[in-house]
Design a protein around this ligand. Structure first.
Ligand SMILES: [Zn+2]
Length: 185
């Protein structure tokens, strides 16, 4: 089973990410015994991608990883029909604090590259208004891939007597019921 994990770079608590991956791993083991699951992510150096990478690095016997870093330094998009890449239109590139610049469309293109090979499901962990995460979820839905969303504001902003891990598991089970995953493995 292949799962796309997408999420905010400001997501600085690993535990909901680990709870998500543990849940997916258990679902995969139950539905596709003997087949290692694959976790596909965007290899950002902070936030959800970093937590996913750490989780997998400590469990290489449980999951393979498929990383799709965005080419932030690259051009706007590939030219059609094998033509050379097109440079960004004037004003498209954004500046970072350190003076370097990047094309904001590269993240969207990377998201499409994560979706195109297909997946069993896509889980997005969203904090504040993470446009990159919302974009990846939207592209997964458009491709017919089942999606689940875990919201930082819901997890930490709503008082609850149930512990965090249980709440993450409940959100996943609501949005990705067993029959949905079984239909796709
Ligand atoms: Zn551009």
């Amino acid at each position: 089973m292949i799962f796309i994990l997408t999420g905010s770079r400001s997501w600085n608590d690993s535990s909901p990410v680990y709870a998500t991956l543990d849940w997916l791993c258990a679902a995969s083991a139950a539905l596709a015994p003997g087949v290692m699951m694959t976790v596909r992510h965007g290899k950002a150096r902070r936030g959800v991608d970093q937590h996913v990478a750490n989780w997998q690095a400590h469990r290489p016997h449980l999951a393979l990883v498929d990383e799709h870093p965005a080419d932030w330094a690259g051009p706007c998009l590939d030219g059609p029909y094998g033509n050379p890449p097109i440079t960004c239109p004037s004003g498209h590139r954004r500046k970072r604090d350190d003076g370097s610049d990047y094309c904001p469309a590269c993240g969207n293109r990377r998201n499409q590259e994560m979706v195109d090979p297909g997946a069993t499901a896509c889980v997005g962990l969203i904090r504040a208004r993470s446009t990159g995460t919302a974009d990846c979820l939207k592209r997964a839905r458009a491709a017919g891939i089942p999606t689940a969303t875990i919201s930082w504001e819901e997890l930490y902003g709503v008082p609850s007597t149930t512990n965090l891990r249980r709440r993450v598991e409940a959100r996943l089970a609501d949005q990705l019921p067993r029959d949905v995953l079984a239909a796709r493995h």
